[in-house]
Design a protein around this ligand. Structure first.
Ligand SMILES: [Zn+2]
Length: 458
């Protein structure tokens, strides 16, 4: 059996359901196969979620907890990259079993140790450059494309408010190019396991969610809701072309890494930490050496731990536990505009398991819909007493990662194949890797967290 995966970053099950009668291919999945939900890991962030998909594991076993990670023995952070994943991916496992793989534009992928071809996606240094060079040559010769544009250019993202029409125009152009290259490779190259991930849905929804979701507190009727629907309809057509083009023994999987919820306000966790005396300032900057706790963004909280941080102040054991307990207790009481922005606070060992739990933040703060953590460690930007924890107008009106309860931002999951039968329409993202391996007849290693949710019809 061949497996074809079509990824739509951030595609929302809520929107697919709402527009299902104008999305005939999604409807076909629903009627002839399975269409349901996939629950992302925490945090429901693009690099963390795709890594969980590829490894079949929770972050405690693959070691990717956010966009950035701590440089060991320092207070500095660095942006993550695919080579940091501490677990085998399905690409590597399938390659070891003699299968040919083809992966296009999936975040956090690296062509290292794979058999087949790849165009690395978001967070790889060679994003968009086809590998190996023979495949690159064939794409250049046949399609006159040197490198694919996997995501929107920074300039276009920066000008989304001034020029939203250009934003949509570029998204369509980028999608068309990727679709063309993907179809070419699907037809011309040998493969057993093929995946291509489109980023458009995620980008649109971050900026335009308040025009789409009527439950958004700032909902406004606008043509951009229709524009978003048009993009889903375009993706529906593209998926249909893939179904028509793939060989008859192919099982096709539709997938998003997370969904979306409304965002209206951002909470500055460091302002809270400063007020509670855990964070100290010096010359208008956070004094990391003198602070007991700090947030680097996205709802994480790190203690200044003896033996881990260079100037640790909190000892592991009683001191560590007491500090965490107090913060959990106090954070639940944070109120802004008479509302409670924080849904829950969890210790790392409550949500992760595996050899790398120690590399996770000490606490993770999850927000109610409408709120998210500030993405950067700002502090003291707002002096007004009643607004001391909050930014009222974040750049984005839709979110998923800052951080929300994964159950509240599920992604889509669909499967369709002549010989495939699924028992469930709701799964965890880590169930997909074991499901794919099972369908391909490859043994599943016992340390994967997921289990196969589909079987082969006899
Ligand atoms: Zn994503």
């Amino acid at each position: 059996m061949k497996i074809l995966i079509i990824g739509l970053d951030g595609a929302s099950p809520q929107l697919v359901e709402r527009w299902i009668n104008q999305l005939p291919t999604f409807k076909r999945f629903k009627e002839e196969g399975t269409l349901g939900l996939s629950i992302p890991p925490a945090p429901a962030q693009t690099p963390v979620a795709w890594t969980t998909f590829m490894t079949g594991k929770n972050p405690g076993k693959h070691g990717i907890f956010s966009f950035a990670m701590r440089k060991t023995g320092t207070y500095e952070r660095r942006i993550i990259y695919p080579e940091l994943i501490k677990s085998k991916t399905i690409w590597k496992i399938a390659s070891e079993h003699g299968k040919k793989i083809g992966v296009i534009n999936m975040p956090m992928t690296t062509p290292k140790e794979i058999k087949g071809f790849m165009i690395p996606g978001f967070l790889h240094k060679d994003e968009g450059i086809p590998y190996p060079s023979e495949v690159q040559k064939r794409i250049r010769k046949k399609l006159d494309i040197e490198q694919i544009q996997g995501d929107l250019e920074t300039e276009v993202l920066g000008k989304v408010k001034q020029d939203p029409d250009n934003f949509f125009k570029r998204i369509h152009e980028i999608t068309d190019q990727q679709s063309k290259v993907s179809l070419f490779l699907l037809q011309e190259e040998k493969w057993d396991l093929f995946a291509t991930v489109f980023m458009g849905t995620d980008r649109i929804q971050h900026f335009f969610w308040k025009y789409i979701d009527e439950n958004h507190p700032e909902y406004e009727h606008s043509k951009y809701c229709e524009e978003t629907k048009k993009y889903y309809m375009k993706m529906d057509e593209i998926i249909n072309v893939f179904l028509e083009t793939a060989p008859g023994n192919t099982t096709t999987i539709l997938l998003s890494d997370h969904g979306f919820c409304p965002i209206q306000k951002e909470v500055l966790l460091n302002n809270y930490l400063q007020e509670s005396g855990l964070l100290k300032m010096r010359d208008n900057k956070i004094d990391l050496k003198k602070s007991k706790a700090v947030s680097y963004g996205y709802g994480d909280i790190w203690l200044n731990l003896k033996g881990r941080e260079p100037h640790g102040l909190v000892s592991l054991g009683k001191d560590y536990e007491k500090t965490r307990e107090k913060m959990i207790h106090d954070l639940h009481k944070v109120r802004v505009d008479q509302k409670y922005p924080i849904k829950m606070v969890r210790k790392r060992e409550q949500i992760y398991w595996g050899p790398y739990v120690d590399e996770a933040p000490d606490l993770l703060v999850f927000f109610n819909k409408g709120w998210q953590a500030a993405r950067h460690p700002e502090i003291d930007t707002i002096k007004r007493r009643d607004k001391r924890y909050v930014i009222d107008n974040p750049r984005w009106s839709g979110g998923h990662d800052g951080a929300h309860d994964p159950q509240e931002v599920p992604g889509i999951f669909g499967i369709l194949g002549p010989k495939t039968h699924c028992e469930e329409a709701k799964c965890n993202l880590w169930d997909l890797a074991p499901t794919i391996l099972h369908l391909m007849g490859i043994q599943i290693s016992s340390d994967m967290d997921g289990k196969p949710i589909c079987s082969i019809k006899s």
